[in-house]
Ligand binder design. Structure first.
Ligand code: IPM
Ligand code: MG
Length: 355
């Protein structure tokens, strides 16, 4: 089994190193090949997603990804910015289904900014569509207005769009996922304002007829943002578009205590996937050895479960993570009085020992 390893920028290298340590300790036959991506690749060869990196990702059975992004590149043209690497990988590999589970570990209920009773036992899955929407819609750009009230000014514009088949395929993934969990699916949109959302809602409702045992509800995105902090346990699976999913999954991560805890899987139609923590490159703490490697280690577990057919190995990693949390080890992002503060490497070593 071949894994393309793309650590990327900022804390990416540090956290991926810990996940690799854990993967190597499993005694599986895994071939791992590393390639530059994001700002690191731009520095090395002038492109955030070099051809060789993309080819490696395409040829591999799965991709383990760290993070991309660096404020040093904020001013360069958009197509050269680090973020284009992850957007390009998602598009080129057809990774349309993004699974972002938000699970509250019992030991971390007190680390959430919400009261423990609101989040204790939380286990929700956000299913984010990943290759459509305003992220990729054309036309987009910044143009000079020639006439009208704002003549002479520049205007920025993007296009939100979803085709029926794009909505249909993510809806099927969502209903299937709900079928394996609590049988409740909430589709989040902005159908009271946006035509794209109106079509989204119609298509999801049509697909629902094929899944009579799943309870479907619809919610506007503003309400969903509010309900996630009011009573997150009302949700089982949430399915939504690319941009709403980006925002809601960051919000949901804080229910769990830290964005440093959340893994994700991005899948194509045949189950090939890219696995990454949902957090970014965190340039403010890069190189300091304090980043939480658990989201990446848990992403490696998802990779073993969903792409490499190694569920037992995935279980072992998840159990090891629970164990180090039970031992009271905490990186600074999840630290609370009475626990032991550790760095990135110590946390990785602890997971390794717990294996
Ligand atoms: C994410 C990130 C990316 C996104 C960025 C880095 C382009 O925020 O994976 O959630 O917006 O999708
Ligand atoms: Mg995001």
């Amino acid at each position: 089994m071949k894994i393309a390893v793309l650590p990327g920028d900022g804390i990416g290298k540090e956290i991926v190193a810990e996940a690799l340590k854990v993967l190597r300790a499993l005694g599986l036959r895994l071939e791992m090949e590393e390639a530059p991506v994001g700002g690191t690749a731009y520095e090395a060869c002038g492109e955030p997603l070099p051809r060789a990196t993309l080819d490696l990702a395409k040829a591999a059975d799965a991709v383990l990804f760290g993070a991309v992004g660096d404020p040093r590149y904020d001013a360069i043209p958009r197509d050269k910015r680090p973020e284009q690497a992850i957007l390009g990988l998602r598009k080129e590999l057809g990774l349309f289904a993004n699974l972002r589970p938000a699970v509250v570990y019992a030991e971390l209920a007190g680390a959430s900014s919400l009261r423990p009773e609101v989040v204790a036992g939380l286990d929700i899955l956000i299913l984010r569509e990943l290759t459509g929407d305003i992220y990729f819609g054309q036309p987009r750009g910044i143009r000079k207005l020639e006439s009208g009230k704002f003549a002479g000014e520049r205007e920025g514009f993007d296009t939100m769009r979803y085709s029926e088949s794009e909505v249909r395929r993510i809806a099927h993934v969502a209903f299937a996922a709900a079928g394996k969990r609590g049988r409740k699916l909430c589709s989040v949109d902005k159908a009271n304002v946006l035509d794209t959302s109106q079509l989204w809602r119609e298509v999801v409702t049509q697909v629902a007829r094929e899944y009579p045992d799943i309870e479907l509800s619809h919610m506007y995105v503003d309400n969903a943002a509010m309900q996630l902090v009011r009573n997150p346990k009302q949700f089982d699976v949430i399915v939504t578009g690319n941009m709403f999913g980006d925002i809601l999954s960051d919000e949901a991560s804080m229910l769990t205590g830290s964005i440093g805890m959340l893994p994700s899987a991005s899948m194509d139609e045949r189950g090939k996937g890219l696995y990454e923590p949902i957090h970014g490159s965190a340039p403010d703490i890069a190189g300091k050895g304090v980043a939480n490697p658990l989201a990446t280690i848990l992403s490696a577990a998802m990779m073993l479960r969903y792409s490499l057919e190694q569920p037992a190995a995935a279980d072992r990693i998840e159990a090891a993570v629970k164990k180090v949390l039970a031992q009271g080890l905490r990186t600074p992002d999840i630290f609370q009085a009475g626990t032991k503060k550790v760095g990135t490497r110590e946390m990785g070593d602890a997971v390794l020992a717990a294996l």
